[in-house]
Design a protein around this ligand. Structure first.
Ligand code: SF4
Length: 217
């Protein structure tokens, strides 16, 4: 895509993202610890369900050290009510690793993040992007769908692992404003570029999208 088109997409998307920003408590912090906890809780769980849990959890355990020093039963009590059983052990083990290997601080390095239990590519990239504004692509169902539509590329289950497709996502990323860009892209996927019936007439970037207003996309 031409450089001018990309620049226009970035500015349109950033403005739209600002006007349509979905407020969640983990979006109002740059604290990598809080972003990490939010991302783990958000895995396969609705954001509105996560909000009260996240607030209770980060209030009771404001740091990695607080988790390490806590009784695991207390963590169980907090998370089990929401059915988040598998995350209890994970958070406990992860906190212990961060305490012992990184002196209680969330590492900024990608490989260090990926070495932690339960931290995959998406969570590592989200922490680096939202806490430190590193230019990271966030590869999930929504962002893959939007990218495929913008470039007019068919997507399937394997797209997120294909180098060519990931290069398209890298091309689309606003490297000057990665955090705001990614928030906007996630919000666009949730409000406008819907899976079944995208609302192209309301889309800020429809003039740059190869799939805009097509019946079958
Ligand atoms: S124009 Fe339509 S298909 Fe393209 S990104 Fe916007 S909502 Fe999605």
């Amino acid at each position: 895509m031409k450089r001018e088109s990309l620049a226009k997409i970035h500015s349109l998307l950033l403005q739209w993202g600002k006007d349509n920003f979905r407020y969640y408590p983990w979006r109002e912090t740059k604290d990598p610890y809080k972003i990490l906890i939010a991302e783990i809780l958000l895995h396969r769980t609705r954001a509105d369900q996560v909000v009260p849990l996240y607030q209770k959890f980060t209030l009771r355990f404001p740091t990695i050290r607080a988790i390490v020093e806590a009784d695991i039963d207390e963590i169980k009590e907090l998370l089990a009510s929401a059915g988040l059983f598998w995350r209890i052990d994970l958070i406990y083990r992860m906190a212990q690793d961060i305490e012992s290997d990184f002196n209680g601080r969330i590492p900024e390095d990608k490989q260090d993040l990926l070495s932690l239990p339960g931290v995959g590519n998406y969570i590592a990239s989200a922490i680096r992007c939202f806490a430190w504004n590193h230019p990271e692509i966030l590869v999930d169902t929504n962002t893959v769908r939007i990218t495929g539509r913008i470039f007019g590329t068919k997507v399937n289950d394997g797209s997120r692992r294909q180098k060519q497709f990931l290069l398209k996502m890298e091309e689309l990323l606003d490297r000057e404003n990665p955090a705001d860009f990614n928030f906007a892209l996630l919000d666009l996927g949730s409000k406008i570029c819907l899976s079944r019936e995208p609302l192209c007439e309301k889309c800020p970037i429809s003039s740059f999208c190869k799939s805009a207003f097509q019946k079958k996309i």
